[in-house]
Design a binder for this molecule. Sequence first.
Ligand code: SIN
Ligand code: CO
Length: 393
Amino acid sequence: MRTLPKPDTLLGGLSIEAFLEHYWQKKPLLIRSAIPGFSSPVSPEQLMQLSHEEDIEARLVLEKGGDYPWQLLYGPFEEDFHDMPESHWSILVQEVNRYVPEVNELLESFKFIPSWRIDDIMVSYAPKDGGVGAHIDNYDVFLLQGMGHRRWQIMNNPVVDAVILPDLDVSILQKFRPDEDWVLSPGDMLYLPPRIAHKGIAQDDCMTYSIGFRAPSHSEILSSFLGYASEQINPDKRYNDPDLVFQPRPGEIQPDVLQKIRAIIREAVKDDTLIDSWFGSFITESQRGYPQMPPDLPLKTDKILAQLKEGRSMTRVPGVSYAFIEEPSGDAHLFANGYDFLFPAPIAKAAPILCDGPYINKLNLSSFMDSQTFLNTLTEMINEGLLAFEEAV
Ligand code: SIN
Ligand code: CO
């Protein structure tokens, strides 16, 4: 693993506390040499290769040279990109951290933000003058320059009512009056809170790494939770009214009926444990349908124990999101890609260790190895493709 900068270098001399207090979700920050000497671990050719893959989300934006201005195409692409125009286009590939270990390692530097808030690392390549136009994102993003130079222009204040140019494939702001104008070189990084208008134009052959965060909308939260809660309810339970009395106005929904309906709804959302376990599963579940890769043959618990005793380390699987919740009872729940694993109080301290990876040292786990519950859970996680033994070198 390469040496990653300490948070105060990454944050341009600011402490984590100062960054969180003054910038996070509040205002943009340009950090020169956030990762000194950084050079893109992915080449443009490798990025193009990734965009050919079936499971990988890739987009191609052709400002010029397409069938019409700002044409947007979705991968997987068959082109070898050699016949592309010389300028004014860009390719963007999501979740590169899942496929390229050196890109995944970059996330280690962003541990000052809870890991469940992190979405992925998107990598873009653009030749001269390529970009995706002036736009806003709904999420926080760190834009790390990986190769070449990109001119970033931004508006300092968040856009409230975004007006988008009509009839284009891509969302481009109708009004863009930048207050700042910078050219970023490899290793420089720009932090943008949500809804800050920005426009990045490649100055030469350019690669940008977007460390993107996720923040579910209230509407997503409610619709997902209510769907989950409704699955837990006995389907035979129905509205009933054995106490019905004659009402002179049959068209009226009477107050006692409304009380009963409100009670059904409130009952469904009053269980905190249900909300907590739904949230852990919901927020760790891959948004892009993570294809889990379980081992070819399921491993047995005693084999796993033997390997741990031999000193083999485990790793978390790149791209899988892990989080835990410690309950007041002392039990913990570990969530990984939507799965919910119970770690009863005596082994609850294993949950943060497994979540903290990427490398999980067997020494940190040694105090749990006598617990059959722990070994069973570990076995389940390994066989679901959520944890793996590190490749022997
Ligand atoms: C890019 O890498 O070109 C786009 C990143 C962004 O603006 O969010
Ligand atoms: Co953006």
